[in-house]
Design a protein around this ligand. Structure first.
Ligand code: MN3
Length: 211
């Protein structure tokens, strides 16, 4: 994750071809190089005149939005959320034949909280497909390590004081339109083969919360 202002566009942790055939390099170029890049630039622009907040991490900014100058609040919520969500999204993907699996600790939590990995995926798909308009669906953990599924509209993020997002599904049309047009359920189905369970497991084991 970017440390603090000025935030920088992070490179993808894999090649633009790595997610084919589920997501093409054309989609990744637009999504990362244009959409995420715009969120980074607009977040920096919004923070330009907020020197008191230049030391804040992205997580801190997103949990202190109402302490920011009024004029910056909406832009930081939308663009800071955009940076947070996309960094999480891109960092937890890998090629569809990578064959990663949840760690023992994460698998135990999945079994306890959902019954099985398949049941968790079914609930995640349901949240992603039923989100009206643009938004996100997540697997999150609370301070006790209890897992749940949640969803946000636009570029909002879950409450980072209460929940550590482990992974997320982008259901904005820009995430899938070139490859799936209006078929969001097909994108969501195929997306589930891209999850990098090594990274999701690490996010579970290293979960932290804003105060
Ligand atoms: Mn997106």
């Amino acid at each position: 994750m970017s440390k603090n202002y000025p935030f920088a566009l992070q490179d993808l942790p894999y090649s633009y071809e790595a997610l084919t055939p589920v997501l093409t390099s054309e989609t990744l170029h637009f999504h990362h190089d244009k959409h995420l890049n715009a969120y980074v630039n607009n977040l920096n622009k919004a923070l330009e005149n907020c020197a008191d907040f230049h030391h804040c991490s992205l997580n801190e900014l997103l949990t202190k939005i109402n302490q920011l100058p009024q004029a910056a609040q909406t832009a930081v919520r939308n663009n800071g959320g955009g940076v947070y969500n996309h960094e999480l999204y891109f960092s937890t993907l890998t090629s569809p034949d990578a064959g990663t699996k949840p760690s023992e600790a994460l698998q135990a939590a999945i079994t306890r909280d959902f019954g099985s990995l398949e049941q968790m995926i079914t609930q995640l798909k349901q949240a992603a497909v039923s989100r009206f308009g643009s938004g996100w669906a997540y697997v999150v953990a609370d301070v006790n390590g209890v897992l749940s599924i949640c969803s946000t509209p636009n570029q909002d993020v879950p409450d980072l004081c209460q929940y550590a997002p482990l992974m997320t599904v982008d259901v904005w049309e820009h995430a899938y339109y070139l490859d799936y047009q209006n078929r969001r359920p097909d994108y969501v189905d195929a997306f589930m083969t891209l999850i990098n369970w090594d990274v999701v497991s690490r996010n579970y084991e290293n979960r932290s919360f804003c105060k």
